[in-house]
Design a protein around this ligand. Structure first.
Ligand SMILES: [Zn+2]
Length: 220
């Protein structure tokens, strides 16, 4: 291949955030302090490249000391020692939130990713990853949105039990607006569901049209 546009990775070719080992600030810190004294170990196998990635992290107030080990069968393990800057921003509800700074661009983010063949510990955009939700179909996304809307109403996630009663202690105004939101999500979901079922409906009506009509036909 080659030529114009060949650099773009499309569809299933591109890795998602879910395929990739990552470290999350809130897993390392709590109330402005490291959660644990001992190193935090994360490990994931990258099936595509056949590489095991192991990250050992020692969190400190203002940085992470990370040891990234990449193990590939038949070659020496590759070890990188990396220091990641940590900064703090105040939260609206009090306390402080940690940001981990990308080794590539320096941006402070909540999650850093370790791709086996790149400089480790990058933000999502430097690691060139898609969100896993971007790989879900429209039907799956709408279904997830509906479930979220229903969960906010305290309803069961199963569709077709409708409408859920107002949860105790919730204001009517809140309930009404959540209900409208859930209703919109439900409509969007049904629309997508019908689209999915349409080919089956067409197939079924073709089959019915081909079938001899039995009694009525015999009578004529
Ligand atoms: Zn970056």
């Amino acid at each position: 291949m080659g030529g114009i546009g060949s650099g773009r990775v499309k569809g299933s070719g591109k890795l998602t955030t879910e395929d990739t080992l990552s470290i999350l600030a809130s897993e390392l810190y709590k109330s402005g302090r490291p959660r644990e004294e001992s190193p935090v170990i994360r490990r994931k196998r990258d099936a595509r490249h056949g590489i095991d990635v192991i990250v050992s992290i020692v969190p400190d107030k203002n940085h992470l000391e990370c040891t990234v080990t990449r193990v590939e069968v038949g070659s020496e393990p590759k070890v990188d020692e990396i220091r990641v800057r940590v900064s703090w921003t105040p939260c609206a509800l009090g306390g402080q939130r940690a940001a981990l700074h990308c080794v590539g661009c320096g941006k402070g983010v909540r999650r850093l990713f370790v791709r086996p063949l790149r400089i480790p510990l990058l933000c999502r955009s430097c690691a060139r990853l898609r969100y896993s939700s971007q790989t879900r179909s429209r039907y799956e996304r709408r279904r997830a949105k509906l479930e979220e809307a229903r969960a906010r109403l305290g309803a069961s996630s199963a569709p077709y039990t409708w409408p859920p009663p107002k949860p105790k202690g919730m204001h009517w105004k809140t309930y009404d607006s959540l209900l409208r939101e859930a209703e919109a999500a439900e409509n969007a979901y049904r629309e997508e569901l019908e689209k999915r079922l349409a080919p089956y409906g067409r197939w079924l009506s073709r089959r019915l049209a081909q079938r001899p009509l039995g009694d009525e036909q015999a009578a004529s």
